[in-house]
Ligand binder design. Structure first.
Ligand SMILES: Cc1cc2nc3c(=O)[nH]c(=O)nc-3n(C[C@H](O)[C@H](O)[C@H](O)COP(=O)(O)O)c2cc1C
Length: 369
């Protein structure tokens, strides 16, 4: 039914307008108590065997919403209602900013992909912190806060901008993500080089510890699929060295591999990050490589081209404790997260593993034994 509706309505609309329309419906539905209880009862994960402990947090299931969908933390309960067990809000930057000029989001329907150059359009760390502080949660969800650099802040002053966001937001975050991998902020991805990443992560860690007392906010870094393999290894080693809690692999890609000849060349040529199905193979490869390097010392989050339960299961076997999705939600619709949790429960039952935790990394361990 959703696919019919998608073809009839969303596909004919500008992708960004369609996003805001769907977003409005989700937020509205989440405000009506009877409706949200009914929807959540149907869609939220309720499988005992999928209960997940990650980053020192207890979750109902491993699958959540990737950053970029709810940039300003306005629909956390709405997304939880749809069965995403964790919701990563952001990217939030130190200062508010409008993002890139429109049009900046493109659908490559035939390739089940998106290209975006949104450029971190968001209300900024002060406004988002205020919203999170005032939030009265309806559903028990894990809230990740993803932070990035304000565009006008020079690369040399990036640390200060991330620290500002950390000071404002860490107290409201179940976990905090340093995003250094979006392709749409000039220079951002240079921060992935270990010489730049070490002082940045150390400063964010210090700022989180200074501002949040009584608990240690888990800190993760989100990396690009376009890193060379040696650079993936270097980030993994740095993460271990700094005692980081997790790595999210991966963000969107600037490459245009994995596309068929179905999407029009003018769409494929749009500048920005490619996400969805064509990203699947590289994201999985980066994840396996990370797991082979860090094993269970660091929590890995698998994201990029996860379209269905089989994809999510492959991420878990490769080494992900948590899995996220964004693009496929646009194409699959409101039952996306539910289908993934349900399919994961079935796959776990049919597997030799008794718990999800046992399955994490099993394939990569086999391959490297
Ligand atoms: C329109 C759009 C906006 C995004 N914005 C962000 C963002 O602000 N911060 C971020 O870390 N990732 C962002 N992402 C990347 C996603 O979180 C995810 O890493 C990527 O899309 C790969 O997953 P997918 O193939 O399931 O979409 C964005 C993705 C899309 C499609």
């Amino acid at each position: 039914m959703y696919k019919f509706f998608f073809r009839l309505v969303f596909k004919r609309m500008d992708p960004e307008q369609a996003h805001y329309l769907a977003f409005r419906w989700i937020r509205l539905a989440a405000r009506v108590p009877v409706l949200r209880t009914f929807v959540a009862a149907a869609l939220a994960p309720r499988y005992e065997e999928l209960r997940t402990e990650a980053l020192g947090l207890r979750m109902h299931g491993p699958f959540g919403l990737a950053a970029g969908f709810d940039k300003n933390a306005v629909a956390i309960d709405g997304m939880a209602m749809l069965g995403f067990d964790h919701v990563e809000i952001g990217t939030v930057t130190g200062e508010p900013q409008p993002g890139n000029p429109k049009k900046r989001l493109f659908r490559l329907v035939a390739d089940r992909a998106l290209i975006n150059r949104m450029g971190f359009n968001n209300e900024g760390s002060a406004a988002v912190a205020e919203r999170l502080a005032a939030r009265e949660p309806v559903f028990r969800t894990t809230v990740g806060v993803n932070i990035g650099k304000t565009k006008v802040v020079p690369e040399a002053e990036a640390v200060g901008d991330y620290v500002k966001s950390t000071e404002r937001l860490a107290a409201h975050a179940d976990y905090l993500v340093v995003n250094v991998s979006s392709p749409n902020t000039p220079g951002l991805r240079n921060l992935q080089a270990t010489e730049a990443l070490r002082p940045l992560l150390s400063a964010v860690r210090e700022a989180a510890d200074r501002t949040v007392t009584g608990r240690r906010v888990p800190l993760l870094v989100k990396i690009a699929p376009d890193l060379a393999d040696e650079d993936v290894d270097a980030v993994a080693d740095l993460a271990v060295e700094l005692g980081l809690d997790g790595i999210i692999a991966t963000n969107t890609t600037i490459a245009r591999d994995g596309l068929g000849l179905r999407s029009s060349p003018s769409l494929v040529a749009e500048t920005g990050g490619l996400s969805g199905a064509p990203l699947k193979a590289r994201s999985l490869e980066v994840l396996s490589r990370l797991y082979a390097r860090v094993g269970d010392r660091i929590t890995l989050v698998g994201v990029g081209g996860v379209e269905n339960a089989e994809d999510a299961w492959q991420r878990i076997l490769a080494g992900a404790t948590l899995v996220q999705g964004y693009s496929a939600f646009i194409y699959e619709g409101p039952f996306y997260a539910r289908a993934i949790h349900k399919g994961l429960a079935a796959r776990l039952a049919a597997s030799p593993y008794t718990t999800l935790a046992e399955a994490v990394g099993a394939e990569t361990r086999k391959a490297t034994a």
